[in-house]
Design a protein around this ligand. Structure first.
Ligand code: MG
Length: 397
């Protein structure tokens, strides 16, 4: 029996010898787009990064796209507070109210056309579009009877590597947390620095002292240093095997630092599309980049960037700004379909928060995770956690 497929009503679906084939692609229509607001408290109580920025409870938006074929897909957008990237939680909902009416009646499985329509209806605001795009990949996978991972190129191996982000705290606290997460199985760690340069050096040294051979350490300044700070930190940790991520706010500052240090450099916040990625390639401005799904506008653009990174030789961190079970599922499908030589690490955001929003979401095992083998994203939202919709456009299919 073909699983995960609901035949469309009068749209060419049928059966033969008990095998139900999917609704013919290209005839499905979006009938309703709804969104739900979910609060995701952190197990550690807070998450702190450069410039004194902090989140205690994430404000996440789960998007539901319904179709006339009886299929529904889900996506999630969860900005890292309002002052990290140009994105904020209420902005997701406001943008969805603009976009949703433009998409009713259109085919969710024609993802290029769908993204074009979104771009014509709302200029910019890629994070708003990400949840819809993710939900439509979920629908495409269900219609095809394939996990999104397969549609993105196929699965590499049994699972993939995760990193653990370490909230900015005093050096000894960060070292204790790294040791504890190391004991849980993580082998890659991303320290939140970008604070006082002297204390950041102490943070990096304290953590490096508890690592074992084979572990990897990234010092992520999240744009928090001036160029002179970044260079002083880099010189003070010259003897350590550490990658430096997004030291300064602008591309030009990061490039200047890059040219005057020996540490491998990761670019994150400034790599928000193909243009900056190609520029970074031309300048050899980075050794790796961080691809966040919502920063790029969804899985469609994130996987285009992923494929280009493989061709250009950039290793990648694959993740999102934040999220719960559904964003983590999307990350898992993109990460698992990435050649492991190019996947520096991915993130399991759902293990950082106390609320589960969906059944079937991937769960980390030690420091690794695998994408679902179910069709689509492989998740089933917990209706009781979602509550009533805060955006509701169109009519139930
Ligand atoms: Mg980063």
């Amino acid at each position: 029996m073909y699983r995960g497929v609901v035949p469309a009503r009068g749209l060419g679906a049928g059966s033969w010898s008990g095998w139900v084939w999917p609704a013919r692609l290209g005839v499905m229509k979006i009938t309703r787009i709804a969104a739900y607001r979910v609060e995701l408290p952190l197990k550690e109580g807070s998450y702190k990064w450069s410039g004194g920025k902090m989140v205690t409870v994430f404000d996440s938006t789960i998007v539901r796209v319904e179709t006339d074929a009886g299929l529904a897909g889900h996506g999630e957008v969860c900005p890292l507070g309002p002052s990290y990237l140009p994105a904020y939680a209420d902005g997701v909902r406001a943008g969805l109210r603009v976009l949703a009416p433009e998409l009713i009646g259109h085919d969710p499985t024609e993802l290029g056309a769908l993204n074009r329509r979104m771009d014509l209806a709302l200029k910019g605001h890629p994070y708003v579009k990400s949840g819809i795009d993710m939900a439509c990949w979920d629908i495409l996978g269900q219609a095809a009877g394939l996990p999104v991972c397969a549609l993105l190129g196929g699965r590499f191996g049994d699972d993939f590597l995760l990193y653990r982000a370490i909230s900015q705290e005093r050096p000894e606290v960060m070292a204790e947390r790294v040791a504890a997460y190391r004991a849980e199985g993580y082998r890659r760690f991303q320290l939140k620095v970008g604070g006082d340069p002297e204390e950041d050096v102490a943070r990096i040294r304290a953590v490096a002292a508890v690592l074992e051979p084979g572990d990897r350490l990234v010092a992520d300044a999240n744009t928090g240093w001036r160029m002179h700070d970044a260079l002083r930190v880099a010189r003070a940790i010259r003897d350590l095997d550490v990658l430096i991520e997004q030291p300064c706010a602008t591309y030009e500052e990061c490039l200047s630092v890059r040219r005057r240090t020996n540490h491998p450099l990761v670019l994150d916040e400034v790599i928000d599309g193909m243009g900056p990625l190609l520029r970074a390639y031309g300048d050899q401005a980075a050794d790796a980049v961080n691809l966040k799904i919502s920063k790029l506008g969804g899985l469609t653009r994130a996987h285009q960037m992923r494929d280009l990174c493989v061709e250009l030789g950039f290793a990648m961190t694959i993740e999102d700004s934040w999220g719960g079970d559904i964003a983590t599922a999307a990350i898992a499908h993109l990460a698992h379909s990435t050649p492991p030589e190019w996947l520096y690490a991915a993130t399991d955001f759902n293990s950082y928060v106390t609320v589960s929003t969906a059944e079937g979401a991937p769960r980390r095992v030690g420091g690794r995770m695998a994408a679902s083998r179910e069709p689509g994203l492989g998740i089933r939202p917990r209706e009781d956690v979602l509550g009533p919709p805060v955006v509701d456009v169109g009519e139930a299919g």
